[in-house]
Design a protein around this ligand. Structure first.
Ligand code: SF4
Length: 495
C-alpha cells in the first residue's frame, strides 16, 4: 500500500477514520456527499486552476496515477509543472505547482489552499506545514532538489475591481524554514504510519465515544454499532461536559432513554432527557409569552439565500463574501389580515446586491418586527456587507437589523420542548414536529447548501433555459417554505 499525502493527513487527524477509508472504502464513501460538500470540492478545484495563472505556461499532468511523465519533465528541468505525481516505494504525493528556480538549481513547491488568509491563520499554517513536509520528503527521497516550499491561499483583504487581479487575490506564504525543521520527524511519522496501517489492525476503539455528536465523523456508527441514533452524545452541549459524558459511557449508558434520574446534568440537559424519557411536551408559557410579546405588527417573516463565492465574482466583493441572491418574505399586517407573500430571485450573472436590497425595501413594511430563524448574526453580516458596498442603503439596513428577532430563541432557551425535536432547534426539525402538514421532504431543494449550489450553476451557465425555469421554481419553493414555516411555528407558539 502506498501512503498518500491525503491519508497521511487524515491519519494525523484520526487513525481510525484513515483505516476505514483505506480498508473499508465502501463504508467510508457510503455517505452521499451533500451538494454543499460537492460545492466545497468544486471550489478547491477552481482555486487550484486560478492559482496556476500566477505561474503561467506550465504543463499539467492529467493522470493522477502516471508518475512517468512527471519524471521525464523533472529530468529535463521543466520550468513549471501543475499536479506532478510522485511515487516512492511507500509513499505517493501530488504537488499543486512545481516551479524551477534557476538561481538555486532546484524546484520550489507551491501548495494551493482554497482557505482565506484571515481564517484561523496560525492553526491553518501549522497544519499546512505537515502537508508540505510530506511532499518535501517524497521529493527528497526521489533526489529531486527542493529550494523553497510555499502555501498559496486567498488574500482576505483583496477587494475585486473590474478585472480579477490574480496576483493580489492570492497570499503566498513561505514556510520553508518551518517545513525543513519538521521534515525529519515527519519522515519518521510517515514510515511509522505506513507500517501500522494494515488490514489486520482494524480499530477497536473510537475516541469520539466520549465526545459530543458534533465531533463525530461519518464512520462513527460503523465503529460504534451498539450506540443508538438518539444517544447520550445528542444531549445538549454534552461535548463541553466531557466528564459527564465519560461517566455515562463508563456506566455503559449509551441511550438517552437510559440516563438515570439522579445523574447530574444542567437544567437544559435534564429537560431534554426528561422530555425524551417521558415523551411529554414541556412549554414554559410564561417565558414563551414574554418572548412573543416582543414581536410587533406588521410582522415580516424573512429568509434569504446566499452563495459564498471563494473567488470574488463581482466588483466590491472579497473572497468568500456571501452573495445574496434570493429572499422570501411573508407579511402579516394585523392579527386578522391575510398573509401576503413576496419573493425575489436574481438569476442573471450580474451583481445582485442593488436589485436584492431595492426589492426588499419596496416590499418590506416600514415598521414592525422582522422575524428570522437562527440568522440574526448571519443576516447582520450579509446586510452590513451590502451596506458597505451600497452606502446609500446603510440607514435602511441599520433599521432592518435593529428590527430583527430570532424565532429560534424560544426553542434554544427551551421555552418549548418536544420529544421529537431530539434536542435540535433547526427549523427542519421544529416544523414537521409542530406542523406535520408542511414538509421539506417533498421539495427538490431541501437545504441551504443545495440552494446555493443550484444558484451557482444557474448563473454559471450550467443549465439550459428550460432547466433554469425548473431550478428557479425549486429555489423559490424552498425559500418560500422557510418563511411559511416561521409563520406556522409562530402561530403554534401562540396557541
Ligand atoms: S468518530 Fe471520531 S474517533 Fe471515531 S473514526 Fe470518526 S473522527 Fe475518528
Amino acid at each position: 500500500m502506498l501512503l498518500t499525502k491525503t491519508n497521511y493527513l487524515l491519519y494525523k487527524q484520526c487513525p481510525q477514520n484513515a483505516w476505514v477509508k483505506i480498508f473499508e472504502p465502501k463504508i467510508y464513501y457510503s455517505y452521499e456527499l451533500s451538494d454543499f460538500d460537492k460545492m466545497i470540492m468544486e471550489t478547491g478545484n477552481e482555486v487550484d486552476k486560478l492559482a496556476r495563472e500566477l505561474f503561467p505556461d506550465g504543463i499539467l499532468i492529467d493522470d493522477r496515477k502516471d508518475n512517468k511523465i512527471t519524471a521525464e519533465l523533472i529530468a529535463k528541468k521543466e520550468k513549471i509543472i501543475y499536479q506532478p505525481v510522485f511515487f516512492t516505494e511507500k509513499f505517493e504525493a501530488i504537488a499543486d505547482i512545481l516551479v524551477w528556480n534557476d538561481e538555486y538549481n532546484a524546484y520550489d513547491i507551491y501548495e494551493v489552499k482554497s482557505t482565506n488568509s484571515g481564517e484561523n491563520k496560525k492553526k491553518r499554517l501549522e497544519e499546512y506545514k505537515y502537508d508540505l513536509a510530506f511532499q518535501f520528503n517524497v521529493l527528497n527521497k526521489l533526489s529531486i532538489p527542493i529550494n523553497n516550499t510555499f502555501i498559496v491561499r486567498l488574500n482576505c483583504d483583496y477587494i475585486r475591481q473590474k478585472e480579477l487581479n490574480v496576483k493580489e487575490l492570492f497570499d503566498i506564504v513561505n514556510l520553508t524554514d518551518e517545513v525543513k525543521s519538521i521534515s525529519e520527524a515527519v519522515l519518521e511519522e510517515m514510515d511509522n504510519i505506513h507500517s501500522v496501517l494494515k488490514i489486520e489492525n482494524k480499530p477497536t476503539d473510537c475516541s469520539c465515544i466520549v465526545k459530543g455528536k458534533n465531533s463525530h465523523c461519518t464512520t462513527f456508527s460503523y465503529l460504534n454499532p451498539t450506540v443508538p441514533e438518539y444517544s447520550v452524545h445528542s444531549i445538549s452541549r454534552i461535548g463541553s461536559s466531557k466528564k459527564k459524558l465519560a461517566e455515562l459511557i463508563d456506566l455503559g449508558i449509551y441511550s438517552i432513554y437510559d440516563v438515570p434520574e439522579d445523574f447530574p446534568l444542567s437544567d437544559i440537559q435534564r429537560n431534554q432527557v426528561n422530555v425524551a424519557q417521558s415523551k411529554k411536551i414541556i412549554i414554559d408559557k410564561n417565558e414563551l409569552n414574554k418572548f412573543l410579546e416582543t414581536i410587533e405588527y406588521p410582522i415580516s417573516f424573512i429568509d434569504y439565500e446566499t452563495f459564498p463565492s471563494a473567488i470574488p465574482r463581482y466588483i466590491g466583493y472579497k473572497p468568500y463574501n456571501q452573495i445574496p441572491f434570493q429572499f422570501s418574505l411573508h407579511v402579516l399586517e394585523k392579527e386578522d389580515s391575510e398573509l401576503k407573500h413576496f419573493e425575489f430571485l436574481h438569476t442573471e450573472n450580474s451583481i445582485p446586491d442593488i436589485h436584492f436590497i431595492k426589492e426588499i425595501e419596496k416590499v418590506l413594511p416600514k415598521t414592525g418586527s422582522i422575524i428570522v430563524w437562527n440568522k440574526t448574526f448571519e443576516c447582520a453580516i450579509v446586510n452590513d456587507k451590502i451596506a458597505e458596498r451600497n452606502n446609500e442603503y446603510s440607514l435602511f439596513i441599520k433599521n432592518f437589523n435593529d428590527r430583527v428577532i430570532d424565532l429560534e430563541v424560544p426553542f434554544k432557551k427551551q421555552f418549548y420542548i418536544h420529544p421529537d425535536f431530539m434536542g435540535k432547534t433547526s427549523i427542519k426539525y421544529i416544523l414537521p414536529t409542530l406542523s406535520p402538514e408542511f414538509s421539506y421532504k417533498t421539495l427538490n431543494i431541501q437545504e441551504g447548501g443545495t440552494a446555493s449550489e443550484t444558484w451557482n450553476k444557474i448563473v454559471s451557465g450550467n443549465f439550459d433555459e428550460h432547466e433554469i425555469k425548473e431550478k428557479s421554481a425549486d429555489l423559490l419553493a424552498y425559500c418560500k417554505l422557510d418563511t411559511l414555516a416561521m409563520f406556522e411555528i409562530w402561530k403554534k407558539c401562540l396557541e
